[in-house]
Design a protein around this ligand. Structure first.
Ligand code: NAD
Length: 500
């Protein structure tokens, strides 16, 4: 029986009315397990109205009370961790331990948001002029929206609504139509935690819903995470309609390996960061850059048997390294990039295309692939593949290695493996990428720092979560006050006030 998802508007599940649906697959079997209603602009509008109605009292509530709702929500998510992780694995295809990681990374942002009374404090100057005080305060924007990708259906919605709601905004979330089960459940839990109806709404949909968000006059800010083409579109359209927009896009993350690195450690790290979650992570390592041919030969010799012996399995298999990809279409796209790499002349050291899972031949599985001698002019290098494919691009020296991620169109994450502090320091300073790991393969910043790439990996100036997240979801107001002493009049002044 195929389940039909709903929207979650004003604290209630609402049946979709458009008659259009997206498919939610079970990636293990290839079967359609649920249908996601694709909202019309009118359905999206009803969520905005619910959020707008909830805003005055939610934003006026003292921040400590809002923080208590966040504390309750955190506890509820923890209590429901197993159910949420299973749902996530069954829709996305990542293994259960990884789904728990997805939820946990989101919860870390909720923990950060529990500190909102402190985070929203403004500044104060006493006696800025004689008898004049100046103070500033951060105020929420109003109704704000988040549009999220399929690959982190728990973490990324929590990045956005965690900070936005704690700041006093009300929220409309438009999750990926491929795996909306977890975001819908999170909205139920937020209500259970004490958020009033309308504070967190989930509207399912595709382009029509996104366009309705980008043009709605009452939505003040839009946070987007997804592929670069859509991020670019969302940024341009949203800002043209007067909204504050942050739009995170695709990635191609390089790992530079210096000749002095611990190669066994690097091999372990590359296997985890390259193939975990079937490579469907915006911070996955997709290109390894060994410096010198000698090191490259040694690295390939170590990686080859490890890639050949990766354990691909059902998303519910606790022993699997990774599970199926999210859809057949996406799996086939990844395969076509492997075909392309071969045609372009890269050396396919391990070919995962032939893998099939016994008893699950309709599942969206793909074995791990490894390419060597990948060159910067190849399209399979320039594009994001987003699958279990690691490419090796050999570099002659440090300068050539640093130039690869620096010149690449994407600039999300990058890593360097070395024992040389001087080289690492220079690398971190020079490389044109937003998040840098030094002997750390997936440098996803913690919740109280901020997440964001450079170049075509992010549009807009403000990062996700951390202090930048608070800035994104608030506006600053500065008040200059004077309380005149009784009976003293200063008369009119026709010049701009300055400090005497
Ligand atoms: P996607 O761009 O296909 O979808 C993202 C969102 O945009 C979804 O909600 C989707 O419904 C909506 N959308 C899709 N097509 C649209 C269209 N034509 N018009 C308007 N809206 C549309 O991305 P995805 O496949 O769900 O996610 C994977 C991508 O996200 C990868 O490129 C990955 O690198 C990127 N990603 C980036 C980050 C980051 O922080 N930089 C994090 C996670 C994922």
């Amino acid at each position: 029986m195929v389940k039909e998802y709903t929207h979650f508007i004003n604290g209630r599940h609402v049946k979709g009315t458009s008659g259009h649906f997206g498919d939610v697959f079970n990636p293990n079997t290839g079967e359609v397990q649920a249908k996601t209603p694709l909202a019309t602009a009118a359905e999206l509008r009803s969520a905005v109205e619910a959020a707008a109605a909830a805003f005055p009292s939610w934003s006026a509530m003292n921040p400590q009370r809002r923080a208590r709702v966040m504390f309750n929500f955190k506890a509820l998510v923890e209590n429901n961790m197993d159910e949420l992780a299973r749902m996530l694995s069954m829709e996305h295809g990542k293994v259960i331990a990884d789904s728990k990681g997805d939820i946990q990374r989101g919860l870390e942002v909720i923990e950060f948001a529990c500190g909102i009374p402190h985070l929203m404090k403004g500044e104060y100057t006493e006696n800025a002029g004689t008898g004049i005080d100046v103070y500033s305060m951060r105020q929420p924007l109003g109704v704000v929206a988040g549009i999220t990708p399929f690959n982190f259906p728990a973490m990324i919605p929590m990045w956005m609504f965690g900070v936005a709601i704690a700041c006093g905004n009300t929220f409309v979330c438009k999750p990926s139509e491929k795996d909306p089960g977890v975001p819908l459940r999170l909205a139920e839990l937020m209500m259970e935690a004490g958020a009033p109806a309308g504070v967190l709404n989930v509207v399912n949909g595709g382009k029509e819903a996104v366009d309705a968000i980008l043009t709605d006059p009452d939505i003040r800010a839009v946070s987007f995470v997804g592929s670069t083409a859509i991020a670019d579109y969302v940024y341009r359209t949203g800002t043209a309609h007067g909204k504050r927009v942050q739009a995170m896009g695709g990635a191609k993350n390089h790992a530079i390996i210096m000749p002095d690195a611990d190669l066994d450690q690097v091999t372990d790290e590359l296997i985890g960061a390259g193939y975990g979650s079937a490579g469907e992570r915006c911070m996955a390592i997709s290109v390894a850059v060994p410096v010198t041919d000698k090191l490259a030969d040694a690295l390939v010799a170590r990686l080859k048997p490890r890639v050949e012996s990766l354990k691909v399995g059902l998303s519910t298999d606790a022993d699997a390294n990774y599970g199926p990809l999210v859809t057949r279409e996406h799996r086939d796209k990844v395969k076509s990039y492997i075909d392309m790499g071969v045609k372009e002349g890269a050396e396919l050291v391990v070919d995962g295309r032939g893998f099939s899972m016994q008893g699950y031949d309709k599942g969206f599985f793909l074995g791990g692939s490894l390419f060597d001698r990948v060159k910067p002019d190849m399209k399979s290098y320039q594009d994001e593949i987003f699958g279990p494919v690691l490419q090796i691009a050999r570099a002659r020296d440090f300068d050539e290695a640093i130039s690869l991620p620096t010149k690449h169109q994407y600039g999300n994450g990058v890593a360097i493996f070395t024992r040389d502090g001087d080289a690492a320091r220079e690398f971190a300073s020079r490389v044109q990428v937003g998040m840098v790991g030094i002997n750390v393969p997936i440098p996803v910043p913690l919740a109280y720092h901020t997440f964001g790439g450079w170049k075509r990996s992010a549009f807009g100036d403000v990062n996700q979560h951390g202090p930048e997240g608070v800035r994104f979801f608030t506006k600053i107001k500065t008040v200059t006050q004077r309380w005149p002493k009784g009976g003293v009049r200063e008369g009119s002044s026709f010049v701009i006030p300055t400090m005497k």
